[in-house]
Design a protein around this ligand. Structure first.
Ligand SMILES: [Zn+2]
Length: 254
């Protein structure tokens, strides 16, 4: 049994066959799907999806949308986060990958949402791309941090040790199955199994076996297989422990 701890099934790429995708996931022994609503136009769709008994939601404003923060968006986010099926604030963070971003604005909105998580006593799901130093600097300004995961981890092992020491877990996605992912493989090799989560981030980042096609929650099995291979442990152990890790982090029934 596995959990896809980070999916975007609300994405328009699933409009055609969303129910089939979900059926395939649950038939393939997925215990839960954690659906991420990080773009305000999709928030209602995510809340609707999370009415399914095996789907939970998280809500936040993605760093690439930081300039969309308004009092209305902030109020709506507050309301969504109070829903009983909402288990976390996310994905939130920093993304300096594309040109023309405002680091100051992103940092400001990230900090606001970390505070919101603390206020509501919810964990955070963090997106960080090309911004590890600034993310760590922000974390250091907090006396107490929420629990959370650095989702779709793409940093080095040295960077991983810093966030692990701060109490965060590490989310592993499709890129760990790519032939050139040596840096990520080293992170997986060295990180204790009780600190790893598996996630698809679908429809993006399909594992090697499906590379170039739309990713979906049932493919999370490929990531668990790869972790088992890298750590030289059984696939069952990876399933059991990562499922426990998700349930513990997000207070879900194991
Ligand atoms: Zn995502």
């Amino acid at each position: 049994m596995l959990i896809d701890s980070h999916a975007h099934v609300s994405d328009a790429q699933f409009d055609r066959d969303r129910n089939e995708v979900l059926n395939r996931a649950f038939q393939n022994n997925l215990k839960y799907i954690l659906e991420v609503g990080c773009e305000p136009p999709l928030w209602d769709k995510v809340a609707e999806l999370a009415k399914h008994e095996k789907i939970f939601s998280m809500f936040g404003l993605h760093p690439q949308d930081a300039d969309k923060w308004t009092p209305e968006i902030s109020n709506k986010l507050n309301d969504l986060l109070k829903n009983e099926k909402c288990i976390a604030v996310g994905e939130i963070g920093l993304d300096y990958h594309y040109e023309n971003y405002s680091a100051e604005k992103q940092k400001n909105i990230f900090i606001k949402q970390i505070n919101l998580a603390l206020e509501l006593n919810k964990p955070i799901c963090v997106h960080c791309r090309d911004a590890y130093d600034d993310m760590v600097s922000i974390f250091k300004t907090f006396k107490v941090l929420p629990k959370g995961v650095i989702h779709c981890f793409s940093g080095s092992w040295e960077q991983a040790t810093i966030v692990l020491n701060m109490g965060f877990l590490i989310g592993i996605d499709g890129p760990c199955t790519y032939p050139k992912s040596n840096k990520l493989k080293k992170v997986i090799e060295n990180t204790p199994l009780d600190k790893l989560l598996v996630e698809t981030d679908c429809p993006y980042l399909a594992p090697q076996k499906y590379r170039g096609t739309r990713n979906e929650p049932s493919y999370v099995v490929e990531i668990a297989k790869q972790i088992a291979e890298i750590k030289n442990i059984s696939f069952e152990d990876v399933c059991q422990q990562t499922t426990k890790n998700v349930c513990k982090l997000y207070n879900l029934q194991y």
